[in-house]
Ligand binder design. Structure first.
Ligand code: ADP
Length: 328
């Protein structure tokens, strides 16, 4: 049976954190054996918000090395560089003819990004979901593991697929987000906000944080009033989140954690959370340090060549479907 095609990506804009690990990488690594997976370093997308591109090359290598260290296997998946496959831009320009600008202006992510970023107002930011639709549909991916915040973009991808099919004849299957069971990781300083690299460094655990830094950040995490360690997301959301982190990092069930730490006190409990997170991160960091930049570049080059073969074939079929003259 043909494996389902999956595509997802991240922009190489900064340090990866536990949210990226539990919300994306761990999940990606878990599905790569029974799906045809494309993991994209979305460097073109990062141009929409980056103030400076001075270290984008370094960040690209570092993020890819972390992906590999976290378990993405280039033998099972295609790990590739978006900017090295020109077919993404070509398909985006075809898709750009299918949607009215007003639909893109209504995209809630566009509104948020325009408020938050100095490069706001650029056509690239407005066009972001169109390029994203091209990223996904170029590989005919039908599953897109992304956070719920990305749902409006996936809806735009579906709309583009529908409009293409209506205009040129049935071609694309509508892709769907794949976010069942994906945990959301929250800020250590505010349990109502998601953990994010755009907030202060003490609010997130970076995947490269050493054990002392992890301990310091967890000890400084906000908690709720009371002495007992009980899981109550409604009235003690900050504590519940730390319990969830311990559960995710150690695999220990929430009930077992409550039982073990009920009367241990916050300090001892937080120490256990920190140790468990460091225990998870230290082999990832060790693998990360073992990769030389040239090896990572080699992995990306190979994955990109593999993905490009598919991209070229599919774009050829798309052009044929539209009826464009083929000069070959
Ligand atoms: P991008 O790199 O596209 O800007 P992000 O850096 O926000 O996206 O996130 C990359 C991936 O990590 C996405 O799949 C996103 O859903 C996931 N992710 C980011 N932060 C969190 C979080 N706090 N909890 C769970 N998943 C997260």
């Amino acid at each position: 049976m043909k494996k389902e095609i999956v595509l997802s990506g991240m922009r190489p804009t900064g340090e990866l954190h536990l949210g990226n690990y539990f919300g994306a990488l761990k999940r990606w690594a878990g599905i790569q054996s029974d799906h045809e997976c494309y993991w994209m370093v979305a460097d073109l997308h990062s141009l929409t918000t980056l103030e400076s591109t001075a270290d984008i090359e370094k960040k690209t290598i570092e993020m890819t090395a972390l992906w590999l260290a976290a378990g993405l296997d280039p033998k099972k998946s295609s790990v590739f560089l978006q900017s090295a496959i020109p077919e993404h831009g070509e398909l985006a320009s075809i898709f750009a003819t299918l949607l009215p600008v007003s639909m893109l202006e209504l995209n809630p992510t566009y509104k948020e990004m325009t408020e938050a970023h100095p490069r706001s107002g650029s056509f690239g930011l407005l066009n972001y979901p169109v390029l994203q639709a091209a990223d996904i549909l170029l590989y005919k991916a039908t599953r897109v593991p992304v956070g719920r915040d990305q749902e409006p973009h996936i809806e735009i991808t579906r709309e583009i697929a529908r409009r293409f099919n209506n205009r040129f004849g049935e071609f694309f299957a509508e892709p769907h987000a794949l976010f069942e069971k994906i945990p959301k990781i929250y800020s250590l300083k505010d349990p109502t906000k998601k953990m994010s690299k755009s907030h202060s460094p003490d609010s997130y655990i970076g995947l490269l944080d050493d054990a002392d830094t992890v301990r310091e950040k967890i000890m400084g995490a906000v908690t709720d009033s009371g002495n007992e360690i009980v899981y109550d997301p409604e009235s003690k959301p900050a504590l519940a989140h730390l319990i969830e982190l311990l559960h995710l990092a150690s695999g220990q069930a929430v009930e077992a954690i409550e039982k073990e730490y009920k009367s241990a006190g916050y300090a001892n409990f937080k120490k256990a959370v920190a140790e468990s997170i460091s225990g998870l991160l230290s082999p990832i960091q060790e693998r990360f340090r073992s990769y030389k930049p040239a090896d990572v570049k080699g992995v990306l080059a190979e994955g990109t060549a593999k993905a490009r073969t598919v991209a070229q074939k599919n774009l050829g079929d798309i052009k044929e479907k539209i009826g464009l003259l083929n000069l070959k």
